[in-house]
Design a protein around this ligand. Structure first.
Ligand code: IMP
Length: 195
């Protein structure tokens, strides 16, 4: 008889994030079933995404009875904003938004930006916590473009697709170069090695 697949939960209230990971998951032959779980995690304000992500994971660890992971990301405008909004990404998106970011940098023609994602996995069989990171480099677009994606996607142009914003890419294209896609592929490598 075929062994029953273990469930692995992605804890997120962000359906766009879940869809991206689900697309990536479907490409892999993994002995897991992926499910979304929207249990509330505690989000702290810290100086790094990694700290935020680890805290989030630990805030629900006692409530979960299986392997699960959470993911935290940030958008960093390296030139000319020295990495802002970074760990303040959510707050900035909810306050000044993409238009506000473009207003801040309107006098600069050369910009540099990156997204960073940190996935923290609680792997139940070994009772261990593992961290996987991914970064995508690019620049800020001159204007808001595209209908896909979410968050800062309409103002970020990745190096690999120099004429399109993340919001103008398909989910597959975004996943192929994105911070989240890279962190995810590292997690997959780990899961494949361990079983
Ligand atoms: P979170 O805390 O990981 O949910 O992300 C912080 C902020 O960055 C949120 O406002 C998200 O909408 C935004 N964000 C996270 N990942 C992405 C992405 O892949 N593209 C665009 N914006 C993102």
């Amino acid at each position: 008889m075929e062994k029953e697949k273990e469930t692995i939960y992605f804890i997120t209230g962000n359906n766009s994030k879940f869809k991206e990971i689900q697309k990536l998951f479907q490409k892999e032959d993994l002995s897991y079933e992926l499910k979304q779980n929207t249990i509330k995690t505690t989000e702290i304000q810290a100086s790094s995404i990694k700290e935020v992500a680890i805290f989030k994971l630990n805030s629900v660890r006692g409530k979960m009875n299986s392997s699960f992971f959470i993911e935290d990301a940030g958008f960093f405008v390296d030139v000319p904003l020295n990495g802002f909004p970074g760990v303040y990404s959510k707050f900035v998106l909810n306050t000044i938004g993409n238009k506000g970011i473009l207003d801040l940098i309107k006098d600069y023609s050369d910009t540099k930006a990156h997204f960073k994602a940190v996935i923290v996995l609680y792997y139940q069989p070994n009772n261990e916590i593992l961290i996987f990171e991914g970064v995508v480099e690019g620049r800020v677009a001159e204007n808001i473009r595209g209908r896909g994606g979410f968050g800062f996607d309409p103002i970020f142009i990745p190096k690999e697709f120099p004429n399109r914003t993340f919001a103008e890419l398909t989910v597959e294209e975004k996943n192929s170069v994105s911070h989240r896609g890279k962190a995810w592929r590292k997690l997959v490598r780990y899961l494949k090695e361990i079983r």
